[in-house]
Design a protein around this ligand. Structure first.
Ligand code: SDX
Length: 429
């Protein structure tokens, strides 16, 4: 097939740019020579029409509501795979054989403990510190403890850093939770699965025996899988931009944690449950829907809308099914919050404002209901999102570091400030 080109005419000049096709999804216009040829930049705040990189890890079809990790659909992976197997897939591109999975599982398990000296870091925080504030600090501080895996030019060190972060994030998140509730830290147990170990570190106490409920462990594992990666979202782009300066991997992941915290992004799960509770009962929904549509009111329906999905977020569907399973298991019959969520979804999806803007529930709409039912405080929701997304951040970071075309990310701007002017001495102003 002959290569396509895009033609741009400015005044009496015409410029040509190559069009590049991916394996699936929108093609791109390669405009890397635009500034050299035209002296102009493109202008795209929020990157609504900009591909910042090429990647082979995750593909989203927003119109179809489809999400693929290395070509495998999220529905199949959530049902048939496990989070650690998905970690292997995202990192190495293929589903592991039994031997590869056993080896990977062992490598991760060997890194679940945190350097004992890091326990003192937690003591420096107030007990009511938000777990995400603690995670920003502790993840960044890993560079102060794991010097032997900060040289990004050494593939071995990159690999060890990846194992350490995937293995230690649940330990850090659990410690942040324990610290906030004034309970002693619980060490990881290497005889438990990844998800079961996280529940153990969060909910067991030295005073009595704690048995992890296998159905909750399965639900937790599925939540981790659903959040593992999502192409070039804000926090992943933050990790890539940080990594483009050759910053160490711990600093890059700490930057991703900070970005994810925002309520427009990963912080939406916490904000969504708080919103559902504020709505309280089904008959209050119309007022909140009215506010969400009112341009004068900053209120938005948290857990609704998405930059890419203009159809139902496939993760939200799996999340909704999981919410029902967990609530049934917990014997929570007519959960008021779930009733409000379902009625809110129904009303919004019939409302012209949401229909014409293609606003659907996203991954954050139901996740909080499940985490709340399992026993997590809302302040832990985004920390759980961050630990799940760590493998995606790492996989994307490794892909960027290994890219021969890697360049430091340095966007330009449309400048509309003051032009050059002379300094006026203060006595003359
Ligand atoms: C995540 O990028 C990713 O992939 C993120 C994520 C991942 O896995 O990494 O999927 C995780 O962050 C999910 C999104 C979680 N955030 C929320 O639920 C917060 C509420 N949602 C919105 O803030 C918003 O929908 C965004 C931020 C998610 C998307 O914003 P966009 O793409 O910039 O869209 P927009 O703000 O330009 O909105 C388009 C229109 C606007 O109205 P008009 O100006 O056209 O009249 O839709 C309206 C918006 O006002 N709108 C909403 C709305 N979301 C968009 N109106 C009410 N409630 C909402 N939730």
């Amino acid at each position: 097939m002959t290569a396509q080109t895009a033609t741009l005419t400015i005044g009496d000049k015409t410029y040509e740019f190559p069009v590049v096709d991916g394996s699936v999804g929108p093609s791109v216009i390669d405009i890397r020579s635009l500034y050299a040829q035209t002296g102009m930049f493109t202008y795209d705040p929020g990157f609504t029409s900009t591909a910042a990189c090429d990647s082979a890890i995750t593909y989203i079809d927003g119109d179809k509501g489809e999400l693929l990790y290395r070509g495998y659909s999220i529905d199949e992976l959530a049902e048939k795979s496990s989070y650690l197997e998905v970690c292997y897939l995202l990192l190495y591109g293929e589903l592991p054989t039994a031997a590869q999975m056993a080896d990977f599982d062992k490598r991760i398990t060997r890194h679940t403990m945190l350097h004992e000296q890091m326990h003192f870091l937690f003591r420096g925080f107030r007990r009511d510190a938000h777990p995400m504030a603690i995670m920003c600090g502790v993840v960044g501080a890993m560079a102060a403890f794991y010097h032997d895996s900060t040289d990004i030019s050494d593939p071995e060190q990159r690999e060890i850093a990846a194992m350490r972060m995937i293995a230690k994030m649940p330990t850090i998140a659990a410690m942040a939770f324990k610290y906030s509730v004034g309970q002693p830290f619980v060490y990881p147990r290497n005889d438990l699965s990844y998800a079961a170990n996280f529940l153990h570190m969060c909910f067991s106490v030295p005073a009595e025996n704690y048995e992890v409920n296998p159905i909750l462990a399965r639900a937790m594992d599925r939540i981790f899988t659903l959040h593992a990666d999502h192409e070039q979202n804000a926090s992943t782009s933050t990790v890539r931009l940080s990594g483009s300066s050759d910053a160490n991997p711990f600093a890059c992941i700490a930057a991703g944690v900070a970005c994810l915290w925002g309520p427009a992004h990963g912080g939406a799960n916490e904000a969504c449950l708080n919103m559902l509770r504020e709505i309280g009962t089904v008959d209050n929904i119309p007022e909140f829907v009215r506010r969400a549509k009112d341009k004068e009111d900053p209120f938005r329906l948290m857990g609704f809308g998405h930059r890419v999905y203009k159809n139902y977020d496939p993760r939200a569907k799996v999340m909704q099914e999981t919410a029902r399973e967990v609530l049934d298991l917990m014997g929570v019959e007519n959960n008021q919050t779930l009733q409000v969520a379902r009625e809110l979804e129904k009303i919004a999806l019939e409302d012209e404002y949401f229909v014409e803007r293609k606003l659907y529930p996203n991954v954050d709409f139901y996740s909080g209901i499940i985490l709340d039912a399992i026993g997590f405080p809302t302040s832990m929701f985004t920390a759980i999102f961050a630990m799940s997304r760590t493998v995606g951040w790492i996989a994307q970071w490794k892909e960027m570091i290994a890219d021969p075309q890697k360049k430091i990310g340095r966007p330009r701007q449309l400048y509309d400030g003051a032009t050059r002017r002379p300094y006026i001495p203060r006595q003359e102003r």
